[in-house]
Write a protein that binds this ligand. Sequence first.
Ligand SMILES: Cc1cc2nc3c(=O)[nH]c(=O)nc-3n(C[C@H](O)[C@H](O)[C@H](O)COP(=O)(O)OP(=O)(O)OC[C@H]3O[C@@H](n4cnc5c(N)ncnc54)[C@H](O)[C@@H]3O)c2cc1C
Length: 385
Amino acid sequence: MSIKGVDITVLGGGIAGLAAATALAQRGAIVTVLEQATELGEVGAGLQIGPNGVAVLEALGLRDAAEAVANVPEAIELRDMASGREVARLQMGQAAMQRWGRPYWQFHRADLLSVLADGARAAGVDIRLGQKVETVEDIDASVVIAADGVRSAVRAEVFNGQPASFTGQVAWRGIIPAEKLTKGAVKNTATVYMAPGRHLVTYPMRGGSVINFVAVEERNAWADEGWNIPDTSENLRRAFAGAGRDVQTILNAVDETFLWGLFNHPYLPEWTKGNIAMVGDACHPMLPFLAQGAVMALEDAWVLARELDRSGVPDGLLAYERICKPRATRVQKAAASNATAYHLSSGPVRLVAHTGLRAISRLVPSALLGRFDWLYGGDVTTLDV
Ligand SMILES: Cc1cc2nc3c(=O)[nH]c(=O)nc-3n(C[C@H](O)[C@H](O)[C@H](O)COP(=O)(O)OP(=O)(O)OC[C@H]3O[C@@H](n4cnc5c(N)ncnc54)[C@H](O)[C@@H]3O)c2cc1C
């Protein structure tokens, strides 16, 4: 069995779609990507790619190109938002290399998309922009890959996707030019500032010239599940009033920000039907608290291409689902529970949790890193997941 010469249409030119298209074309398929946007690439947001995602970039032959635009953080830090005090520190950099064999990277999203688009074109993929697909029935191809994201129309049309429910959390995101902050305020770490009902994540990108931030607040008011809903920086600062000096310094430098609601999506019973398969957020949308949505999309892409090449339709697509779904579901659940851990309300539970973490972080830092072995140490390209 081989996919050499098989015509495959990929719906959506995001991380999942471009990675899947590249992996399929590299195995000889004739691949077309249909993307509704008239331009590829998303402005103004960051993406962290853990070692398990780097494994896929490497297998696609894109490691060098990605490395050239990646930031390598020294550590992931958890801090108390009010005091700024460190609660835990996961050493990254060399420690990640030693433990998982690959680095932990941070990107400007547009840079990673551009690496993937170049890789796709080099593999012969035909990327067509400005192509909004209304129904899969309009697609005439032997295999259809739906990579149409968190609000997937294919999920609704073919897989009976049920409506999402508001989590009670909204997030602001944005980018701050580093020159707006004092030198000491720009650290080469991913920092999570935690407070009851809120947290803020920051990390540098593009050689430290810009800082990405995501600020999450629990609230009852509903906000749309979109990407580009502008909000005022005053609203953001108001939501984080009372935060400590570090957080105030960062938020005072924000000029432009976007707000969106975070939603829970019911787990899907199936990801494939006949000659149609979903990848990425279309089949496993997740909360962003483990920074693994795009990484899981990369893993999907690789496994899908390998299994389709091995076993064709439908067996290859079913094998892809069998391999990727349990892992993606575990990641979805772990991401959701991180929100609870970050947002613990004041009082004994928070004190005990933070004191415990602080102790483990100081006394046995490897134990903290070890909690992520199942995730970052997984390598779908060797089936070692
Ligand atoms: C705040 C935030 C921070 C995040 N941080 C991280 C992180 O650090 N690390 C990480 O791994 N993940 C992160 N994620 C998750 C990650 O962004 C997503 O999991 C990832 O982008 C999913 O990729 P995708 O290709 O499946 O979907 P998308 O990136 O949404 O791409 C879908 C594409 O399909 C196109 N499309 C949709 N409908 C149609 C149609 N009908 N016709 C044609 N084209 C269509 C869209 O225009 C889009 O280009 C984060 C998410 C958020 C919200």
